[in-house]
Design a protein around this ligand. Sequence first.
Ligand SMILES: Nc1ncnc2c1ncn2[C@@H]1O[C@H](COP(=O)(O)OP(=O)(O)O)[C@@H](O)[C@H]1O
Ligand SMILES: [Mg+2]
Length: 239
Amino acid sequence: MLEIRSLSAGYGPVQILWDVSLEVHKGEIVTVVGPNGAGKSTLLKTILGLTTRMKGEKGGGSISLEGRDISSLAPEEMVKQGIAIVPEGARVFPDMTVLDNLLMGAYIPQVRRYREENLRAVFSLFPHLEGRLNQKARTMSGGERQAVAIGRALMSSPKLLLMDEPSLGLHPLLVSHTFEAIQEINRNGTTILLVEQNVYFALEISHRAYVLENGRVVMEGKGQDLFKEDHIKKAYLAM
Ligand SMILES: Nc1ncnc2c1ncn2[C@@H]1O[C@H](COP(=O)(O)OP(=O)(O)O)[C@@H](O)[C@H]1O
Ligand SMILES: [Mg+2]
């Protein structure tokens, strides 16, 4: 579904990603794990066209969705092509209600008619949101705001959901709920590219994973197989 080839990118003259290649097949949960500052958020921003692309060792690289180059699409076009993002830090519109936050995800014309259906799907995933629709987002807990942020992304009926560290800053009890929700979203038919520092949970739920360090992919494999790698055990799982 998503194919990234030899991607080099950064901010202005500063290069952060170095010849990154990865693919996400339809139906998968693929995770990019790596330490703080490795370039995980930069990778997601680059997919969305928000960074500076650079020439790498193998040229300018490419990003394609279902075989179509998406490098030059405007953000609204990305949504139309079926890409949605849950940004870092459970970002919601603080002064808007829960319902209005959710509806912001369904603003493009072709998904408006699925609003009711998508709202029902969000409530079945996060039942506690249904009783809170008129509450201002700023008055909610971190976990509830994260549910709103995920729900908002789902309102555009995405084929491919990008998620930037959905577990970051959450209470440990909520972390496993969040990963369960991610699995349910995937079972309901959405392909997921997740970036995470929480290596344990991320590998546990992923079909495949990539390890990003200093802006380069240093390892890839099945989530379960990476658990057995010495480097992963030592650097990420403190084993
Ligand atoms: N807007 C920006 N402008 C310049 N440098 C940035 C910007 N955002 C991130 N960086 C730098 O890019 C590198 C990778 O950051 P980031 O992609 O946020 O890592 P991660 O998400 O893996 O923690 C860091 O060195 C960071 O300081
Ligand atoms: Mg980040």
